[in-house]
Design a protein around this ligand. Structure first.
Ligand code: FHN
Length: 487
């Protein structure tokens, strides 16, 4: 049925509102806020956070039942969010809410991504400059992409056609393949589980479901206790049996008293996990305590550097899971996004939804390759750097290597094509420039100090054969005050 333009526009606006806030009544999502950051107590975790902040670029993947139909992940199960979450489920228009849920939950019987190849994905990520991956072992819909002992709702159960495939324990084969390529492992796990009947009675069928349990807090203490035990067991089996895991990325950030009626902390679970892997970085999204070892804003970049470790997760296309009509950000947008995030001291978890057959979408591969080609020439200005003031001047972003070497990255828009000279904006506080080296060619640039009415810095004299990069060019800039900047 053709959706009328007016209807589509309303849905788009509603989706935008829901997606940006993600929470009603202006509830503050601590993952996005700058609430006080609690330093991890363990020196091992603090040291591991240094390693984490060096990595800069993560391939995040949302893969699950929703991928089979190219629909929104898990949220179509929430009656209250149906207005936006079911917008690409046209066949359910007018369908009884209970039937929609039955059909979504039954997708496990058709999940069969036989072209999924963990080694191909790991090699692609490595080749394209990604340093770690984040993978959805279980999303809110409760379907486990790993061989959990605590539910049959999983890829390795005979109820799922993929269970006969040698790669059925997707999380295991992917983590192993990525480790073999030297990539870090971040394990996404949702605390909320809409399929678990101790969270949603009767799996929400016959209930007007919201993101919280179908019962009121305190009404079903045994159910809530049983659910927390189930969740603890699943988290610990991932840390124990799917390790070594570098980051435990716990989603379901609304199970805190400042977000709603339920309170599910990682107290006790984290301590058990740290007994298994003392250096494990734990991200209990939504908390602002010692179990939120790094802040995880989402679909946004903080305006300025944050004074603690952070990683923003942003979709390469429209949604977290694969959609058949996805529109992807351009290579330029993605490289500028990475540079902006890194100049503010953060990591970018760039999300791609694998296709129903398990392969990575061609448009995503092309963009990843473009990022990899750029990082091959300019990665020294990205990896293992930290933020520096100023982190941005006009179209320049600045980063600093831990040894002190300073980098200036010029973001190009499509129309720009300087042939003779290029102004490198510099502030007096940065000191006198004594050397500028173009990373891609290794050539030192001739320059003259420039103080104009509106701009100041040094004007680089571009050699006749200078060809700007398609997206951005990085330069090492040695300031008089910065002794460390020598090659
Ligand atoms: O509700 C989820 C959403 O589906 C997606 O997984 C994002 C990715 O970080 N996390 C939650 C929204 O904050």
């Amino acid at each position: 049925m053709k959706v009328k333009i007016g209807e589509k526009l309303i849905v788009v606006i509603l989706i935008a509102l829901a997606a940006t806030s993600g929470f009603t009544d202006g509830q503050k999502h601590p993952a996005r806020s700058t609430d006080p950051y609690v330093e991890p107590g363990s020196p091992l975790v603090r040291e591991r956070l240094e390693w984490f902040q060096d990595q800069k670029l993560c391939l995040m993947m949302h893969f699950g039942l929703y991928s089979t139909m190219g629909i929104t992940e898990s949220w179509p199960l929430v009656t209250k969010d149906a207005f936006w979450a079911r917008s690409d489920m046209e066949w359910t228009r007018g369908m009884d809410d209970a039937e929609v849920k039955r059909q979504y939950f039954a997708l496990n019987r058709s999940f069969n991504p036989i072209r999924f190849n963990a080694t191909d994905i790991a090699k692609l990520a490595k080749r394209c400059g990604f340093r770690y991956i984040t993978f959805t072992a279980k999303h809110h819909d409760g379907f486990c992409l790993y061989d959990t002992k605590y539910t049959d709702y999983k890829t390795t159960d005979p109820s799922c056609p993929y269970s006969t495939n040698p790669n059925a324990d997707i999380t295991k084969v992917l983590f192993d393949a990525c480790r073999a390529e030297g990539l870090g492992i971040s394990c996404y796990f949702s605390k909320a589980d809409f399929h678990n009947e101790d969270y949603w009675e009767n799996r929400g069928i016959g209930h007007y479901t919201d993101r919280w349990p179908t019962y009121k807090n305190g009404e079903q203490p045994e159910k809530w206790a049983r659910f927390k035990e189930f969740t603890k067991n699943q988290i610990l089996e991932l840390v124990r049996d799917y390790g070594p895991i570098d980051v435990l990325w716990i989603d379901g950030a609304w199970l805190f008293p400042w977000m709603g009626p339920f309170d599910f902390r990682m107290n006790g679970i984290a301590e058990e996990a740290w007994k298994i892997r003392p250096e494990l970085i734990i991200v209990d999204r939504g908390s602002n305590d010692q179990y939120m070892n790094l802040r995880t804003p989402e679909q946004c970049v903080p305006e300025k550097p944050l004074p603690f470790p952070w990683e923003t997760c942003i979709t390469m296309a429209d949604g977290w899971g694969y959609h058949y009509d996805d529109v992807y950000k351009s290579p330029r947008q993605l490289i500028h996004l990475l540079v902006d995030v890194v100049a503010k001291g953060g990591n970018l978890a760039l999300n791609v939804g694998p296709m129903p057959d398990g392969r990575m979408p061609r448009p995503a591969v092309e963009r990843m390759e473009a990022m990899g080609a750029w990082l091959k020439k300019n990665g020294e200005a990205i990896y293992a750097t930290r933020a520096i003031e100023p982190y941005a001047l006009k179209k320049w972003r600045f980063t600093r290597a831990k040894g002190g070497r300073v980098f200036a990255i010029r973001l190009w828009n499509e129309a720009e094509n300087p042939r003779v000279s290029l102004l490198l904006n510099v502030m007096p506080a940065q000191g006198e420039v004594v050397r500028v080296t173009h990373l891609a060619t290794g050539r030192d640039m001739k320059f003259t100090p420039t103080i104009g009415n509106y701009e100041r810095g040094v004007t680089l004299a571009l050699p006749p054969d200078f060809m700007r990069d398609a997206y951005a060019d990085a330069f090492a800039v040695q300031f008089k005050s910065n002794k460390e900047n020598k090659k």
